[in-house]
Design a protein around this ligand. Structure first.
Ligand code: PLP
Length: 414
């Protein structure tokens, strides 16, 4: 594998080989990451990357589209079927540009939008001041309560007072079920558009373990590379009446030519999602997260909202007398990868926050189950109980490596 690259560009080749080792021998708890299948990997590496195909199937601006149209039509058909959507656009390059296109399709610059604030689990593209969304649109925010949970009565209060043109429901760091129906009812009271960003949980919705906003919401965006386990990219689903505006917002509004090799890989990933095994995967992701949460609680970790309904959880590292940054660093030394994260009402800063975010999508793809979650919680406790204890980090790293030998990462042969 990679024989041409090895001969032609050893610098890049060697870095990729080292990255393969890193991925193979560490436990990946970053909640937004996953491992794609070998079929998805192969598709991304094909000559489809050579093609320009601005436009949509049957309506392109360049010649030579017969195969590209076939591929994009298959991707669209599968996406619609998986989510029961009226319309799908598969061209969005990633989650943030997909959201930019959604806003462009439904709003004018300066329009008011209600979204979950970043430090309460929202995403940058939901109106953070440093992001295009916060620059172009007038975002107002809802958050979680002291118990770490969104109170829909509070959301309604804010919505009635602010009368936004759109309500965004979605998150990057929230471990509880979203009340899609309540969001829709509130939006209907004020005539607002409903936009669900399911970037983190699309795979769990597709796998039937979480409720879907698609039947209720005007428009839904998702990344394809998180729990959906496809290539890096995104997908927009909407009601038929908004199809034209959404398509126009992606192209020519936001983007030029689609990435056809990635869109083909999306189609391949969608086929995997449609197999019965994917339901088992999605169910196991949540089972693993619940076991991990319970075990961590038994070791004295404090979990925001007290537990999880999905694939992720936020840990308040005050419960282990360290900061999020210290925990992230110590765990990395021990072969366990996660990210520091603000917790709701965090007195610390985004670069040095109080919490870490962990998730089970990647380790579940490797085949790990409840037993491994118990071991993982034990290791996390050992490392986080004294983040300066390098001997423990070293020992755990060796034990992690041993465990990882039994759970190969798709596409990595060492
Ligand atoms: C990850 C994420 C995005 C952004 O996706 P990128 O592909 O990184 O641009 C958008 N919204 C939410 C809720 C996310 O979790």
């Amino acid at each position: 594998m990679l024989t041409h690259l090895q001969a032609q560009d050893p610098d890049i080749y060697e870095a990729i080989k080292r990255e393969e080792k890193r991925q193979a021998f560490e436990l990946e708890l970053i909640a937004s990451e996953n491992y794609v299948s070998e079929a998805v990997l192969e598709t991304m590496g094909t000559i489809l990357t050579n093609k320009y195909s601005e436009g949509y199937p049957g309506k392109r601006y360049y010649a030579g589209q017969e195969n590209i149209d076939t591929i994009e039509n298959i991707a669209i058909k599968r996406a619609k079927e998986i989510f029961g959507a009226q319309h799908a656009n598969v061209q969005a390059l990633s989650g943030s540009p997909a959201n930019a296109a959604v806003y462009m399709a439904f709003l004018k610059p300066g329009d008011k939008v209600l979204g979950l604030s970043l430090d309460h689990g929202g995403h940058l593209s939901h109106g953070h001041p440093v992001n295009f969304s916060g620059v172009l649109y007038n975002f107002v925010r809802y958050g979680v309560e002291e118990d770490g949970i969104i109170d829909m009565d509070k959301v309604r209060e804010i919505a009635l007072k602010e009368k936004p043109k759109m309500i965004v429901a979605g998150f990057s760091a929230y471990s509880r079920n979203m009340e899609w129906k309540r969001f829709k009812e509130i939006a209907d009271e004020i005539g607002a558009f409903t936009f669900a960003d399911i970037a983190h949980i699309a795979g769990l919705i597709a796998g039937g373990v979480l409720d879907s906003p698609v039947p209720f919401f005007d428009v839904v965006s998702t990344t394809t590379h998180k729990t959906l386990r496809g290539p890096r990219g995104a997908l927009i689903l909407c009601k038929e009446e908004y199809a034209k505006n959404v398509d126009k917002a992606i192209f020519p509004g936001m983007q030029g030519g689609p990435h056809d090799h990635i869109n083909a890989a999306k189609a391949v990933a969608f086929k995997e999602v449609m197999q019965p095994e994917f339901k088992d995967y999605a169910a196991q992701v949540v089972k693993n997260a619940k076991v991990l949460a319970e075990e961590l609680k038994n070791y004295g970790f404090s979990i925001i909202s007290g537990g999880t309904d999905n694939h992720l959880m936020l840990l308040d590292m005050n419960s282990k007398n360290c900061t999020g940054k210290e925990a992230e660093h110590a765990l990395e030394k021990a072969g366990i990868s996660c990210n520091k994260n603000m917790i709701p009402f965090d007195p610390r800063s985004p670069f040095d926050p109080s919490g870490i975010r962990i998730g089970t999508p990647a380790i579940t793809t490797r085949g790990m189950k409840e037993e491994e979650m118990k071991t993982l919680a034990k290791w996390m406790n050992e490392v986080c109980s004294d983040v300066h204890d390098e001997a423990t980090q070293k020992r755990v790293a060796a034990e992690v490596k041993e465990l990882c030998q039994h759970y190969p990462v798709p596409g990595i042969k060492l």
